[in-house]
Design a binder for this molecule. Structure first.
Ligand SMILES: Cc1cc2nc3c(=O)[nH]c(=O)nc-3n(C[C@H](O)[C@H](O)[C@H](O)COP(=O)(O)OP(=O)(O)OC[C@H]3O[C@@H](n4cnc5c(N)ncnc54)[C@H](O)[C@@H]3O)c2cc1C
Length: 678
């Protein structure tokens, strides 16, 4: 009966409103006001600076320094929206303009000493600082981060880690000073993931002591080479080394491809890869070598050398091991891509917008409901925030094990970087898509820095190792490790697989909500899944081997278990790094919120959590703040009197403020310079 009365009441109300729409009209004539989430959300009950310190470690000052350097220069296109200044890349401008601006920004940063010591300073601190710089530039614009990443991490890294003293002495300083502009020519039209299959051939001429590099066919043209289309003067060229008719496998050589005036060198042909779906501030190019001669010393000879009279010399006799040694320096690029894919900016924007945007009334005479108060919206965004934290901790861990690597730990770094590169970049793309949808139509506006970034960052899934291919390598490495331990009849060591030496964790038959929140339960199920998949993978492979199938073809058909295993390994590792961080925090509110992140109970803390990412307002988009003012008529008028938002007037580009490296000083520098007179 109560139910009938309720329905009757609802219907009456509905009919009354239908005949007398005034109350709703009145409601709807009320204007929507922007209210900053800081006013409505509870104040942080943990120290946001301490959480940021957990995320960024010792890099906090350097990150802030770089952000401020960018915010204070006209080159980074400052524009006003809703009373706030934002900086933004030139996504709405032509490819040529974007490339030009990337180079101008690099010049500006170089003049301010940002690159000093990048390659010549030694030690883990120097390497960590390199990651910080590339990643922070990439938060402003992926193209800027990648262009610098190719130059310092790929070209510079190849010289550092594949070359020897003669290369260090000759190339590192000019690379740091950007006098030499480097690129990294590995991929070819015919071969990308399969680096071993590249077709560029290099022969040795003992009479002149020169190598001769040639592109024997169209599929051997170097393809996608960042920096090659417009700016690079030098390339690290990966090529098969053919010594007296014997192929010694893939080796790396330094070749000059342009002179100092930018003209293409003789015996080199360069073409543009053209417009891409994103990353148009990077000039990707194609290169052909027509018997280009280079000095014998230009072979990067850490792993193998050729004597003046043409003897091939290498301490590593096994071609597989030699190939692995050649590719080891590529890890730093993978680490950079993994760590740069967190898209924390986007999560901040979407969360801030959902804390100020309302939609639909649930109760009469109350405001419309805040987007983030819809359970569906929480389900979409809060796990992404929690996961972004977990993956950011994992990327910090990855950077550290890379910077402190030893010959013994290189294998671990390779496996961990492959797994995390794939997991983090997949998460990055998923976050972008969800944030784009969560911001509704506003997510599609380029100036809001969400939707457009899907095409800017998409390439992260492909370069520095295609994600699917990387995951296969991870699973193969795990299987190898387990089989080797079994063969030696020893416990498994390394890669966090020690849990396999213990009895399998048992899952309690009665799962209460407090059980689900315990670290013991969470660790147990992650380990159990990894253990189970490893066992299944091992069984599948050994059964097929017993039937005489070759190992390479076995791996192609067991791909599903391999991929699941790669993901399980990655997830267990990420949980472990999260728990390790949590263990360093003293009991209190910060530790509590970390615990809540594991159970995704974040609604009251979410504003404080995105604030702790430490991204300056100017790098976020207008919808993260007063989006009504940002779209008001007055802002249209403002933009006609000022230069158009997010475009850079050419005359202003030339005048950049001088900013001191002194942290306190740069805050006082003026932001806008008048255009030069005349
Ligand atoms: C914007 C951009 C910038 C780049 N910059 C550079 C650069 O500066 N220098 C450079 O050397 N290279 C660069 N690259 C190249 C990049 O590293 C390659 O694109 C990448 O290695 C993949 O190679 P591919 O494109 O030939 O794809 P392929 O290797 O042909 O792969 C295509 C698809 O096949 C799948 N696949 C391949 N092998 C297997 C397998 N065994 N099992 C199952 N699936 C498989 C992959 O998962 C992928 O989905 C760049 C690429 C882009 C797009």
């Amino acid at each position: 009966m109560g139910r009938v009365n309720f329905r009757a009441k609802v219907l009456t109300g509905h009919l009354k409103n239908h005949h007398n729409p005034t109350p709703y009209l009145l409601l709807m004539t009320r204007c929507v006001n922007y209210s900053p989430p800081e006013l409505s959300e509870p104040p942080p009950d943990f120290n946001t600076k301490s959480l940021r310190k957990l995320l960024d470690g010792d890099s906090v000052d350097e990150i802030d320094y770089i952000f401020n350097l960018m915010i204070q220069s006209d080159l980074f296109c400052p524009g006003k929206r809703g009373g706030k200044v934002f900086i933004s890349p030139d996504y709405n401008r032509s490819m040529e303009h974007q490339r030009e601006m990337t180079m101008r920004r690099i010049d500006y940063l170089r003049e301010r000493g940002v690159f000093d010591g990048w390659l010549t300073r030694k030690g883990p601190g120097a390497e960590l600082s390199g990651f910080t710089r590339i990643i922070t530039f990439g938060v402003f614009d992926h193209s800027l981060g990648i262009k610098l990443g190719v130059h310092f991490s790929l070209w510079g890294g190849a010289i550092q880690f594949m070359g020897t003293k003669r290369h260090h002495d000759k190339w590192l300083k000019p690379t740091e000073a950007y006098e030499v502009k480097g690129c990294f020519a590995m991929t070819e039209l015919g071969h990308g993931s399969n680096v071993r299959g590249i077709e560029t051939i290099t022969r040795y001429d003992a009479t002149t002591q020169e190598f001769i590099i040639s592109t024997p066919c169209e599929s051997a043209q170097k393809y996608w080479i960042g920096g090659a289309a417009n700016h690079a003067t030098h390339a690290v060229v990966f090529s098969q080394l053919n010594m007296n008719g014997v192929n010694q496998g893939v080796h790396a050589f330094i070749a000059q491809i342009r002179d100092t005036s930018g003209n293409t060198c003789p015996n080199v042909r360069i073409a543009d890869c053209g417009h891409k779906i994103g990353l148009n501030g990077v000039d990707n190019g194609r290169i052909w070598f027509d018997n280009l001669r280079i000095p014998r010393e230009n072979l990067l000879n850490l792993v193998a050398d050729v004597s003046p009279d043409g003897q091939y010399l290498s301490a590593i006799k096994d071609p597989d091991q030699r190939f692995a040694a050649f590719l080891a320096p590529l890890i730093s690029g993978r680490v950079t891509v993994a760590a740069g894919s967190m898209n924390i900016t986007k999560a901040s924007i979407a969360v801030r917008y959902s804390l100020s945007r309302r939609a639909f009334w649930v109760r009469p005479n109350e405001p419309e409901v805040l987007l983030l108060d819809y359970p569906r919206h929480q389900r979409r965004l809060l796990p992404l925030v929690a996961k972004t934290y977990a993956l950011s901790f994992a990327s910090e861990y990855l950077k550290k094990i890379y910077a402190k690597r030893t010959p013994e730990s290189v294998k671990t770094v390779h496996v961990v970087s492959s797994a995390l590169k794939a997991t983090l970049t997949w998460h990055g793309m998923r976050t972008l898509q969800e944030c784009r949808e969560a911001c509704g139509g506003q997510g599609l506006k380029t100036e809001n820095h969400v939707g457009h970034l899907k095409s800017e960052f998409d390439v992260q899934l492909t370069f520095e190792g295609d994600n699917n291919v990387l995951m296969q390598q991870v699973s193969k490495a795990l299987l190898k490790e387990v089989l080797a331990a079994k063969r030696r009849n020893k416990p498994v060591r390394g890669l966090g697989l020690e849990h396999l030496n213990k009895p399998a964790p048992t899952i309690p038959s009665c799962l209460t909500s407090s059980t689900l929140r315990t670290t013991q339960f969470q660790t147990g199920i992650f380990c159990l899944r990894e253990r189970d998949l490893l066992h299944r993978f091992e069984t599948e492979v050994s059964k097929r081997e017993a039937h005489g199938e070759c190992i390479d073809s076995i791996f192609t058909v067991t791909y599903q278990t391999a991929e699941d295993l790669g993901r399980a390994f990655s997830d267990r590792l990420i949980l472990q790094t999260f728990l390790d961080i949590e263990a360093t925090v003293q009991a209190g509110s910060l530790k509590n919120v970390l615990g809540l992140m594991r159970s995704i109970e974040l609604r009251p803390h979410v504003l404080a959590l995105v604030t702790s990412f430490g991204i300056p307002d100017a790098v976020l988009g207008p919808i993260a703040f007063n989006w009504i003012d940002a779209n008001a008529w007055s802002s249209v008028e403002d933009n006609t009197s000022l230069f158009p938002f997010f475009t850079t007037p050419p005359d202003l580009c030339l005048s950049v403020p001088h900013i001191s490296r002194d942290k306190d000083n740069y805050r006082h520098c003026c932001i806008c310079h008048p255009p030069p007179s005349g």
